[in-house]
Write a protein that binds this ligand. Structure first.
Ligand code: NI
Length: 194
């Protein structure tokens, strides 16, 4: 089992100010907003409006910064997510992935554990063991069916984002006590008590 810290999400006060000025940046929904717990609806049509949403989600994800963002996190309860696990610090080119109606159709037998963060739960990281490889079917931004075999951190990111579409969050992997503590803290934050 390998454990790596791969992404850290945070509340960025200056970043938050951009949301008011740049139209393409979307507000990220935080715990405990109930939209994060819904099962997102299947997307019936890939059209320009959906592509625009996907592009805005990518911009929002890069700005945050994060490596994945699911539509429910921007208050759209539909089955779409964006991911880019390329290492920008290493000068790697961006490699954005748009997953529409993604579905895992096979998993490898091994597992990997990564410490995962989530833009909707800033400053919380949870070590989660998941299948180390997955085969995912989805529609791309042109509505064409695609099949991708992913392993390593990309496999984890895909599973994390698909969990969002089913209303599942990283805190569901914590003990009930720890999960309740996190939820209480974010409820207070939402009420402006912290
Ligand atoms: Ni997340």
């Amino acid at each position: 089992m390998i454990v790596k810290i791969l992404w850290v999400s945070r509340i960025d006060q200056e970043g938050a100010a951009h949301y008011l000025t740049a139209m393409a940046l979307l507000s990220i929904i935080l715990l405990p907003d109930p939209v994060l717990r819904l099962t997102a609806a299947k997307i019936e049509r890939v059209d320009d409006d959906l592509r625009k949403l996907a592009d805005s989600m990518l911009e929002t994800m890069y700005d945050a910064p994060g490596v994945g963002l699911a539509a429910p996190q921007v208050n759209v309860s539909r089955r779409m997510a964006v991911i880019d696990v390329s290492d920008k610090d290493d000068g790697e080119e961006r490699s954005p992935l748009i997953l529409i109606n993604p579905e895992i159709v096979a998993t490898g037998s091994g597992t990997d554990a990564f410490e995962e963060g989530c833009l909707s739960i800033p400053d919380v990281r949870v070590e989660i063991e998941r299948p180390s490889s997955v085969t995912v079917k989805f529609l791309d931004r042109d509505g064409k069916p695609q099949t991708l075999v992913a392993d390593g951190f990309l496999a984890t990111a895909i599973q994390h984002e698909i969990d969002h579409l089913d209303g599942k969050l990283i805190i569901d992997h914590l003990s009930r006590l720890k999960r309740d503590m996190v939820v209480r803290r974010f409820r207070k934050l939402a009420r402006g008590e912290v």
